[in-house]
Design a protein around this ligand. Structure first.
Ligand code: RTP
Ligand code: MG
Length: 138
């Protein structure tokens, strides 16, 4: 049996705040394996494809600008039910209300910005994991 895989991104705020190690420590401590990892300066084409589902929403342009503002750490992680499990580790989208014990709840800051700068991304289904891993680890 092949273990499930997901795409994890440490977003530009996480990298800029030197939280990559702390975030990946939590991933590894949970028992997930880092299968591949790289630092990426994502161009607009990649980001537009990654966030295609959000095109037209008010936060779309600020989101693309934020995601292009600095390096991102892209991770291919594997493990039992890692897709759902990593999203539980990450916590709710809004760091202000994300539960304590989660990455966003413990480490996220509410800067009152145009878009949630919430440290991490994790694929939300097997279909998006497959699609997103293909984009970031082509
Ligand atoms: P992600 O895809 O990044 O793991 O986060 P998510 O599922 O929790 O959030 P989603 O709804 O997919 O939104 C993608 C990213 O867009 C930014 N966002 N900002 N109203 C806002 O300011 C707003 N809404 C969404 C966040 O960076 C979110 O992670
Ligand atoms: Mg999402």
């Amino acid at each position: 049996m092949t273990a499930e895989e997901t795409l994890i991104l440490v977003k530009p705020d996480g990298v800029a705040r030197n939280l990559t190690g702390e975030i990946l420590r939590r991933v590894e401590a949970k028992g997930y394996r880092i299968v591949d990892l790289k630092l990426v300066n994502a161009d607009r084409t990649l980001l537009a494809e990654h966030y295609a589902e959000h095109e037209g929403k008010p936060f779309y342009e600020p989101l693309l600008e934020f995601m292009g503002s600095g390096p991102i750490v892209a991770v291919r992680a594997s493990g039992n039910r890692v897709i759902e499990g990593f999203r539980a580790l990450a916590g709710a989208t809004d760091p202000t209300t994300a539960a304590p014990g989660t990455i966003r709840g413990d480490l996220g800051r509410d800067w009152g910005l145009a878009v949630q700068q919430n440290l991490v991304h994790g694929s939300d289904s097997t279909l998006s994991a497959e699609r997103e891993l293909g984009l970031w680890f082509a």
